[in-house]
Design a protein around this ligand. Structure first.
Ligand code: FAD
Ligand code: EGU
Length: 471
C-alpha cells in the first residue's frame, strides 16, 4: 500500500466507511478519479460468506440508480441479472388481478437481488489497483480535526487510520454521522413509523413462477399492505407491511392463516400454508426509520451519502436509487470544482439536501396516503386517472411517480411540478364544471331534449372513455 501511495504522487486518500450498496459504488467513483481509496466495512467479505443477512432480499432499481451504475460501467452487468417489471399487478381481496403499466414499453423498473448487487459492486471496486477493501473493520470513532479514524477488529483490537476525506456510507445508523451531532448548527431528525415489515418467500411451482413474473405485485389493504418482487430463481419475495401492534397480536400458526385468509387469501396457496406458519415466526418484524439531516459535510474532511445522509421509508422504492444518485451529483460537482474538497463539500450540501429531503418527504407522504385510504379499487382508480390525464396532455401532466422513477428531474423540482400540475388540474376541473353548467343550461333552454335521443350518444361517449382508461 505504501508503494502505490507513493506511485500515486499527491493523489489524496479517500476513506469510504461502509461497503454496502452506496459505499461500494462510491469506491468505484473515487477510484475512477485516481484517488487512493480505502473501504472499511464492519461485516466480513459477503462474497466469501456462507449466509448473508441483510435488510431486504430484493429491490426495485430504476432510472437514477441505473444512471449511476452506467457512470462506472456497471449498468449492463446489473441489468442483465435484473427482472423487468413493466407494470404493477394489483391483487383485490376477491383474488382478481389488475395490471397497471408504469408507462410506455421502455419504461419499466427492475427487480434486483441486493446481495448480488453488493457483491458485483465490491468486485468492481476491487478491480482498481488504487482501491483497497478492508472487511471486519468497524468504525468506532473519528476526529473531524485530524481525519483520524479508530476501527474495531473482531479480535477486540483497535486500528487507527488517517485519511484526507472520509465518506460516510455506513447506513441509517451511521457511526460517521454521530460526530456531526456534536457540532453546532447540525440539524437532525429521525422518525420511526408505526409499521414494521416481514419478508416471506413464495416458492416456484413446478419449476415456474407462482405468479406472473414481470410485475410488481401489490396487495393494497389500507393499514396492511403486501408487495412481491420476482427473483431469478423463480421465487418471489413478499414483503408484508403492518403496524407492530398488529404483528404482535398474531401469536400462533392458526392466527397467521386466519389473518391471511381475511386479507390476502389468494397468497396462502402460493406461499403454502405450512411455510407461512413457519416463516412468519422465523424473524421478528423489522423497523423502518426516516432520517433527515443537514449539512452533509464537515469542513473539507467528511461527507455523508446514502442512508447515512437520508434514510427514507421504502414507500417510493427510492432509497438506494437516491443514494446512487448522490454519487453522480458528487462526481459532477468534483468536475465543476476541480476536486477541491473545501469547495466541493459545501456545494454538495447546498445542491443535494433539498432533493434528498424532498424524496424523504414524498416517501413518508406516500406511506401516510397508502395507510389512510388506499385499497385496491382506489389504487387502480388513481393510477388510471394519472395515466388518462398524461395521455390527454402528455407535455403538461406527468405523473409524479414517472418523474421520480423514470427521469433524473431533481426530486425537489418534481415535487414543485406536482403541486403546479395539481393546480392546473383543479382549475381545469372547475372551469369544466362551470362551463358544463352554463353551456348545458343554455342548450337545454334553447332546445329542450328528447330523452330517447340523448341516451344513445351518452352511452357511446362513456364507452369511448372506458376504453381509454382500461389498458
Ligand atoms: P446500507 O445498505 O445500510 O449499507 C451500509 C453499510 O455500512 C453496511 O454494509 C454496514 O455493514 C456498514 N456499516 C455500518 N456501520 C458501520 C461502521 N461503524 N463501520 C463500518 N461499516 C459500517 N431502495 C430502492 O431504491 N428500491 C427499493 O425497492 C427498496 N426497497 C426497500 C425495502 C425495504 C424493506 C427497505 C428497508 C429498504 C428498501 N430500499 C429500497 C432502501 C435501500 O435498502 C437503502 O436505501 C440502501 O440499502 C442504502 O444503501 P447504503 O449503502 O447507504 O446503506
Ligand atoms: C416498497 C417496498 C406502488 C419495494 C409506491 C407504487 C416498494 C418497493 C409506489 C419494497 C406501491 C408503493 C414505486 C415504484 C416502488 C407504484 C412508486 C415500493 C418498490 C409510488 C422490496 N414504488 N416500490 N410508487 O407506483 O413510484 O408501483 O420492498 F405499492 S417501485 Cl408503496 Cl415505481
Amino acid at each position: 500500500m505504501e508503494e502505490s501511495a507513493a506511485s500515486q504522487g499527491e493523489k489524496k486518500v479517500v476513506a469510504v466507511v461502509g461497503g454496502g450498496l452506496v459505499g461500494a459504488l462510491n469506491a468505484c467513483f473515487f477510484a475512477k478519479r485516481g484517488f487512493q481509496v480505502e473501504v472499511f466495512e464492519t461485516r466480513e467479505d459477503i462474497r466469501k460468506a456462507k449466509v448473508v443477512r441483510g435488510r431486504s432480499i430484493n429491490l426495485a432499481l430504476s432510472h437514477r440508480g441505473r444512471q449511476a451504475l452506467k457512470h462506472v460501467g456497471m449498468e449492463q452487468k446489473i441489468v442483465s441479472k435484473g427482472i423487468p417489471m413493466h407494470a404493477r399487478m394489483i391483487h383485490s381481496l376477491s383474488g382478481k388481478q389488475s395490471p397497471i403499466p408504469y408507462g410506455r414499453k421502455g419504461q419499466y423498473i427492475l427487480s434486483v437481488d441486493r446481495t448480488n448487487l453488493n457483491k458485483e459492486l465490491l468486485t468492481e471496486a476491487d478491480t482498481y489497483p488504487n482501491t483497497k477493501l478492508n472487511f471486519d473493520h468497524k468504525l468506532q470513532d473519528w476526529s473531524a480535526e485530524t481525519g483520524l479514524m479508530t476501527f474495531g477488529r473482531p479480535d477486540g483490537s483497535q486500528m487507527e487510520v488517517q485519511a484526507d476525506l472520509i465518506v460516510g456510507c455506513d447506513g441509517a445508523f451511521s457511526a460517521v454521522r454521530k460526530q456531526f451531532l456534536r457540532h453546532s448548527r447540525f440539524n437532525y431528525s429521525q422518525t420511526y413509523i408505526p409499521h414494521g415489515y416481514m419478508e416471506l418467500t413464495m416458492p416456484a411451482q413446478n419449476g415456474e413462477f407462482a405468479m406472473k413474473p414481470n410485475y410488481l405485485h401489490i396487495w393494497p389493504r389500507n393499514t396492511f399492505m403486501m408487495i412481491a418482487l420476482p427473483n431469478l430463481d423463480k421465487t418471489f419475495t413478499c414483503t408484508l407491511f403492518m403496524p407492530f401492534e398488529e404483528f404482535e397480536k398474531i401469536t400462533t400458526g392458526d392466527e397467521v392463516i386466519e389473518f391471511f385468509q381475511k386479507y390476502f387469501p389468494d397468497a396462502i396457496p402460493l406461499i403454502g400454508a405450512d411455510a407461512l406458519e413457519r416463516d412468519y415466526f422465523r424473524l421478528p418484524a423489522q423497523a423502518m426509520v426516516s432520517v433527515k439531516c443537514s449539512p452533509y459535510h464537515i469542513g473539507d474532511k467528511c461527507v455523508l451519502m446514502g442512508d447515512a445522509a437520508h434514510a427514507v421509508v421504502p414507500f417510493y422504492g427510492q432509497g438506494m436509487n437516491a443514494g446512487f444518485e448522490d454519487c453522480i451529483v458528487f462526481d459532477e460537482i468534483m468536475n465543476q470544482l476541480n476536486e477541491d474538497f473545501s469547495t466541493v463539500l459545501p456545494e454538495y450540501t447546498r445542491v443535494r439536501v433539498p432533493d434528498d429531503h424532498a424524496i424523504a418527504d414524498l416517501a413518508m407522504y406516500n406511506y401516510v396516503e397508502m395507510r389512510a385510504h388506499v385499497n385496491s379499487k382506489w389504487f387502480i382508480f388513481r393510477k388510471r386517472v394519472d395515466n388518462l390525464l398524461h395521455f390527454l396532455m402528455p407535455k403538461t401532466i406527468i405523473p409524479l411517480y414517472t418523474m421520480v422513477t423514470f427521469t433524473r428531474t431533481r426530486y425537489h423540482v418534481a415535487v414543485e411540478r406536482w403541486h403546479w400540475q395539481d393546480r392546473v388540474i383543479n382549475r381545469g376541473l372547475l372551469l369544466g364544471a362551470v362551463g358544463a353548467v352554463f353551456g348545458g343550461s343554455y342548450l337545454l333552454i334553447k332546445n329542450p331534449p328528447n330523452i330517447n335521443k340523448l341516451v344513445v350518444p351518452a352511452e357511446k361517449i362513456w364507452n369511448k372513455l372506458a376504453a381509454l382508461i382500461t389498458p
